[in-house]
Ligand binder design. Sequence first.
Ligand code: CAA
Length: 387
Amino acid sequence: MQSALQSALGQTGIAMSDLDGLIAVPSLSHPHFMEAHYLATKIGMLPQNDVVVRTVDTGGASPITALLEARRMIMNEDCKAVAITAGDSVGSMDSDLFLERADAGCRPSHVKSGPQYLPSPVIPHGYSRVTEYHMEKFGTTREQLAMCSVLMSRQASRHPDAMNKTPYTLEDVLNPKHEVAPSVNLLECARRADGGAAIVVCSSRFLESRNLARKGNGGSGDVVILGGGEASGPLYPGPVIDETMFSCEHAAWNAFTKCQLEPEDIDWWGLYDCFPICLIRALEAVGLAEKGKGGEFVEKIYVETMNDPNYDPKIFPINTHGGLLSFGAPWEVPATYNIIEAVRQLCWQAGSKRQVSGARRALCYGNGGIFSASAVAILGRAVDERV
Ligand code: CAA
């Protein structure tokens, strides 16, 4: 977290001493009581009277919640420069310890049997239950789900920092030897990883006063947070899976309404994809596919990109970095990667293989637990938005 923060500050020309806000998200491998206070103390931001230090925990949605919180801290609490940090090392963590902690967080301890009981690994089994619900209700096929992992691996093969370097085939993903839960295979699990990330959010007044505003029209410029929405689902999937447990639809609707935008106004999408069903539900929730047709949407892109390794990023402007399935998933960090890729896309700095030409607005969605929290933020190029 510290090195990511230093790197982010170095790129923006903002000094550590300029920060008057810090948000951190909890770590599974190295948990600390009041994570943000712990980090603020380590980096010398505390003790000090005039700083706002806050730990945010909405699971995997945390970085998006934190982005919206940073905006509120600037708009309502007079902060001028707020850093968001996230870091974890679940990739190098002992597997038994990882599962002990991950399982404990997502399974109700009083349930010992019945449909609500989830065996270890609890998270893949929980998503497997939801996957089966979706397949049964909407006719989504097992192959369409596996295609999500293939597509993410194709995207990741274009990013130098992604964990998966080589695109999978459908057979790789569907290989029965890799079954983790009834409808989830190994290559359909968020890829455990070590990693950290940091984002700096500043008020326009502060940037202008320090001559740091980059309003350039070409390959740079600043990105603005246009707004967002959040919504919650139950901490654990109930005995019966139905539409009441999902919240991305509400979060996305709130975000579009607040920003007075429609799905057609978005050029790039960072959609949480810890398991294929999460991506498919997200495609439907944000309006890219009709309800129940997310699988068909994925299949169409799968076919379109199958024989052309050099496909135009505009054909599939979603998770151009490879998402949790293929870029890597350090527990609550990965939605931060969505935000970072969104910023690169909006600054037209994603490089020829990944850049969605002319991208002006991006939507980032984070999901916590097993559909327990949804946060959606919409970003735009400062040069285009009158804010
Ligand atoms: N893609 C490619 N390779 C993968 C992979 C993936 N998605 N997942 C694992 N592998 C590889 C590993 O790199 C490893 O390769 P090597 O042997 O070459 O090192 C091999 O497969 C075995 O992987 P693991 O060491 O992880 O195997 P394991 O048996 O110890 O555990 C598992 C397997 C139970 C599926 C475990 O990896 C797991 O639980 N994964 C899911 C992680 C998870 O649940 N993350 C949270 C998602 S939910 C969310 O994000 C919301 C939130 O609020 C946090």
